[in-house]
Design a protein around this ligand. Structure first.
Ligand SMILES: [Fe+2]
Length: 130
């Protein structure tokens, strides 16, 4: 069983880059749905195993992977965002950034441009298991 992590900042803490409404949608609705469905699917999978319902196990495992990864990816997302601050990476990471990008500013520029170019992927829908 998995549990929702608490949001590490207020819903409006990421504005103006990420709106309060969008964060509420992703945290309260989408993330909650992934967590609930992960737990429901895990229960169904345990029951299918107890009942030797082997035909259904493949479908349930696929759904567990879908819902579980959705929950984990949302958790990573929430934990890796933070309100705007002026902190910089520690010296080890900064050295690597300079090695790979030439400078921190160049890294930031490339990161920002890459982020703007990201397209949403089309999710593979979950399956209806018996
Ligand atoms: Fe989301």
């Amino acid at each position: 069983m998995i549990k929702k992590i608490p949001l590490p900042y207020s819903f409006d803490a990421l504005e103006p880059y990420y709106s309060k409404e969008t964060l509420v949608l992703h945290y309260d609705k989408l993330y909650q749905g992934y967590v609930d469905n992960t737990n429901k699917t895990e229960e169904k999978l345990n029951l299918a195993r107890q009942n030797h319902d082997f035909e259904n196990i493949k479908c349930l495992e696929k759904n567990l992977s879908f819902f579980g990864s959705g929950a984990i990816l949302h958790q990573l997302f929430f934990e890796n965002l933070a309100p705007k601050n002026d902190s910089k990476p520690d010296e080890n990471l900064m050295q690597r950034i300079r090695q790979d990008f030439g400078s921190y500013e160049t890294f930031q520029k490339q990161f920002n441009e890459a982020a703007k170019a990201v397209e949403a992927s089309r999710m593979v829908p979950f399956s209806i298991c018996s």
